[in-house]
Design a protein around this ligand. Sequence first.
Ligand code: SAH
Length: 248
Amino acid sequence: MDIPRIFNITESEHRIHNPFTPEKLATLGAALRLEPGTRLLDLGSGSGEMLCTWARDYGITGTGIDMSPLFTGQAKHRAEELGVAGQVEFIHGDAAGYVADEKVGVAACLGATWIGGGVAGTIELLAQSLCPGGIILIGEPFWRQMPPTEDVAKGCLAHSISDFLTLPELLASFGRLDYDVVEMVLADQDGWDRYEAAKWLTMRRWLEANPGDEMANEVRAQLTSEPGRYASYTREYLGWGVFVLMAR
Ligand code: SAH
């Protein structure tokens, strides 16, 4: 079981697979006022940076589930490196439908809400693992600026404008699901650069090491077009943030 190989290639060097910098991740952790011993669940945990650094900094424990064997392996390695392997566990698997055996204080899905079939479905799924009064974290894109045309939305790699909401609309949508938004931390364009531009050097190095690979042409084409596409579209139009929710 694996995710499409292109992500394992382009994001192999990423610790954080979203537009958050390490500073933003730390800001979010501090904003949550976590008590030591709080249990976390992270669906689509990537390379585990959130659980590992928060285990180190705030004494939390947690479980992450991710479909990429590469990222899951990196998460386990990171836990060892930070000395928190006794506090966090990483499982390679499909997080769709995953409910924790033991209820958690914080249930998260950052940048992978397709796992629950969209934001609403993911909130519903996470809620099944949550203690009463627990916190849900949703990391999700929004339109920082409304795309003027459908072509601009496609330039942002969305299928259509309707894929995402504006920030006020997204916040209102959580209210309609009967959740309070009790905190939020938003990415900025520097963070987007760290997420997107970091892929370019990874692709360049991968091409040098794997010239005969069956994906070399696709990676070559992406490396050529991505800087321009990103600067014209994603960087200008797309925002991203983590929204902290509590059931009303
Ligand atoms: N939350 C992490 C990773 C976000 S990228 C971070 O912020 O760094 C999206 C992640 O979802 C990738 O790591 C990918 O491997 C994972 N993923 C995609 N589909 C999945 C599924 N069905 N179940 C579990 N993980 C999945």
